[in-house]
Design a protein around this ligand. Structure first.
Ligand code: SF4
Length: 385
């Protein structure tokens, strides 16, 4: 369990300095983390393809002497990213795009890609194809997106995503909130953001943003934050303060974690993470199977490994901590990974692209090396789903 006593570092806070001093080059990184000449050359090749950004605050959580440090692996590039295996769009986001930056996959939810930018670039990002790289997929016209949602009365909620929406200025955050919170049939808006984790002061020290959140999150229509803690080391006095600030603004906070090899693929780490999240008031929402994303495959575990780790972790978690679903954001829907017996793995469509499949259970023959639904021959032959 996290205690502020086991967090050794304190930070003198300067928000402008945090932006200005964000680590973006290998030369800057080297001032904090020793690299060999070979590593330097390799990492340069990686950041030429997928940029790096690490806030000074998040960097301070890394132990520079430990190459296995989990925070390091989350944001510092590695040679594994030079592999070209995997797909840049394994969940078929392009098929759900109705206009640039607006996806409509599940009846009730509109997903908006607000920006390509983030405060820190996660090495496991599933939107690596454009995040930090290109503007081509982000929303161009808020008014047109609002009109789409207004016309589609089946949409009850809007998810602002990206990139990280809180990497935009407050004026832009307000434009998005105003556009979608003001639609009668939208019950709530979510902001997907890693800011509480990588730059929590952006929330706890920005009175203007707090005023904005308080104004838009009302008792009958809440703004929700879905954040992204992946390791207990990310729960610090600063991130706790950001969560506390969100609650003071009337904004409930939820968390989704990605199961990542070498970072949180351990029952004790996962149990500590989820129990600690509950203790600071963050609702565990999803544990996602890492998608087969190009340049991210080295983070992926097999489904059987994931189930084994989770089974053990569950034994160490309180009831509130294990409310999350272990799921895969598959092209066909959000597929819950339920468990296995001697012969089969069992799944359920938590949400389905085809509404007729929603809630449907299915099973496949066990296959120890499978990491994704498409790896099972049964799936490939169209026998399930
Ligand atoms: S904050 Fe989200 S969008 Fe940005 S790099 Fe991390 S996972 Fe990707």
């Amino acid at each position: 369990m996290y205690s502020s006593k086991n967090h050794p570092k304190t930070h003198s806070f300067d928000l402008v300095g945090e932006y200005k001093n964000t680590i973006k080059t290998i030369e800057e990184l080297e001032q904090f983390i020793p690299l060999t000449a070979e590593e330097r050359e390799t990492l340069q090749k990686v950041v030429d393809i997928h940029p790096m950004a690490i806030t000074p605050y998040y960097l301070s959580l890394i132990d520079p002497e430990d190459p296995e440090d989990p925070i390091r692996k989350l944001v510092v590039p590695s040679a594994d990213e030079l592999s070209n295996l995997g797909s840049y769009d394994p969940s078929g986001e392009s098929e759900n795009t109705k206009q640039s930056g607006l996806q409509h996959k599940y009846e009730q939810t509109a997903l908006i890609l607000t920006t390509k930018q983030c405060m820190a670039y996660c090495r496991f990002c599933f939107r690596k194809r454009f995040v930090g790289v290109a503007d081509n997929e982000i929303l161009r016209d808020i008014k047109a997106a609002r009109n789409y949602v207004q016309k589609h009365t089946e949409i009850t909620n809007v998810l602002l995503s990206g990139g990280d929406p809180l990497s935009m200025g407050n004026e832009w955050v307000e434009r998005y909130l105003e556009a979608f919170m003001s639609i009668d049939h939208v019950d709530y808006v979510r902001i997907g953001t890693r800011v509480p984790v990588v730059l929590p002061q952006r929330i706890s020290e920005d009175g203007e943003l707090q005023e904005l959140f308080s104004r838009y999150s009302t008792p009958d229509k809440r703004l929700h934050i879905v954040t992204h803690f992946n390791h207990p080391k990310e729960i610090t006095p600063e991130s706790i303060r950001a969560i506390d600030t969100l609650y003071a603004c009337g904004v409930p906070v939820h968390n989704q974690t990605v199961l990542l090899k070498g970072i949180n693929d351990n029952p004790d780490v996962l149990a500590d993470l989820f129990n600690s999240l509950v203790s600071i008031g963050v609702n565990p929402y999803y544990l996602f199977q890492c998608r087969p994303v190009r340049r991210v495959l080295h983070f992926q575990l097999t489904l059987e490994e994931g189930l084994t780790i989770l089974e053990e972790a569950h034994k160490k978690m309180s009831g509130l901590a294990k409310r999350f679903k272990y799921a895969m954001s598959h092209r066909s829907g959000k597929v819950e990974i339920l468990g296995s017996d001697d012969d089969h793995i069992y799944f359920k469509y938590h949400q389905a692209k085809n509404p007729a499949h929603s809630g449907k259970f299915f099973k496949v023959d066990r296959m120890p090396e499978a990491c994704w639904l498409d790896d099972f021959p049964g799936w490939k032959h169209g026998n399930i789903g």
